[in-house]
Ligand binder design. Structure first.
Ligand SMILES: [Zn+2]
Length: 322
């Protein structure tokens, strides 16, 4: 672990989404209506090829070795969606301070909404499955808590699991505009809540659009440099397959491209995955870096392996989008 990443723990950690083992954060996923409406099959085919490479890499991770490719694909999608969500949630806090935006009410909810809005914009470069899996993470976590009674300190710090999960799922459902009926059903969103999800998403998106209006990049403005770095895996190489899977999927590169294309940032920054020895993700203001531990992604994968859908179930239920 580098000196830089070690700095995560020297900083206030109220926004570190995952600090203990198996700390699940919420995931949200979303999709803007116009983006979903656009035919994105070519992009999704391209993503599927990357996902396939990640699935191969994950066969070398001890906890996933021997699982069927279908099962590892579900795990990869869950890891991808949730890691993106956490990265964006942390980045939302950074955006607020770095761009000197007025503080938004209920900053944790605002950070979740930022993640959803940005994921929506990324939707064509990913797959619906990644987005859907990400939106279900909170519910999987809730189920786990009920199963074994373990508490999740992050959730304790950030409100009731189910309440936050419903809000994120509703934002996603609203953004998808009918794209995720199964998500709404599985997360048991009451019908009256579902009916208002479109408006809820629109309001959340508008809040962020208004806040960032002055930071939108015009075509003639240069793009801020946002590097994506994959640091070395730990000495024993345990998380190396995780690192390879993320390199293969290229989701952070897609995120960096979107962020530099859309906004004028006050300074270049880096999104870096690195081996930390523990699961975490956090914005490091001193070095302008969003640090994401491989262990966090691994935690998501292991969590899903234990508590998520099995391929026999999902294979019959989820439609392929490619
Ligand atoms: Zn936060």
């Amino acid at each position: 672990m580098s000196e830089v990443m070690s700095g995560i723990w020297a900083l206030p950690v109220e926004h570190a989404l995952f600090r203990g083992s198996f700390r699940l954060a919420l995931l949200a996923t979303t999709v803007l209506v116009p983006l979903f409406a656009a035919p994105a099959s070519a992009q999704q085919d391209a993503f599927q090829a990357k996902l396939d490479a990640a699935v191969s890499a994950l066969d070398r991770y001890p906890r996933f070795r021997g699982l069927t490719p279908e099962h590892r694909e579900l795990i990869a999608e869950f890891m991808a969606g949730n890691t993106l969500f956490i990265a964006l949630h942390e980045l939302a806090h950074a955006v607020t301070s770095q761009m000197q935006l007025p503080a938004l009410d209920r900053k944790e909810d605002a950070a979740d909404a930022f993640a959803v809005v940005q994921l929506a914009k990324l939707a064509p470069a990913l797959s619906d499955h990644v987005l859907e899996q990400a939106a279900k993470g909170w519910f999987v976590s809730d189920q786990r808590t009920q199963d074994n009674g373990n508490t999740v300190p992050y959730f304790d710090d950030h409100g009731i699991d189910r309440e936050r999960a419903e809000r994120i799922a509703c934002l996603m459902v609203g953004a998808g505009a009918g794209k995720f009926p199964r998500l709404a059903a599985e997360t048991k969103l009451p019908q009256e809540r579902r009916d208002g999800c479109g408006a809820e998403y629109e309001a959340a998106a508008k809040t962020w659009d208004d806040a960032l209006k002055a930071r939108l990049r015009s075509p003639d403005q240069p793009k801020t440099k946002i590097d994506v770095v994959y640091g070395p895996a730990d000495a024993k190489g345990k998380v190396e397959p995780i690192a390879q899977a993320f390199r293969a999927m290229g989701i952070l590169e897609a995120l960096a491209a979107q962020l530099s294309d859309t906004y004028v940032w006050p300074a270049p920054f880096t999104i870096e995955m690195e081996s930390c020895g523990y699961p975490s993700a956090q914005w490091l203001p001193r070095v302008h870096q969003l640090g994401i531990c491989y262990e966090l992604a691994a935690d998501f994968g292991e969590f899903y392996r234990t508590y998520g859908d099995r391929p026999s179930r999902s294979a019959t239920q989820r439609p392929r989008t490619r």
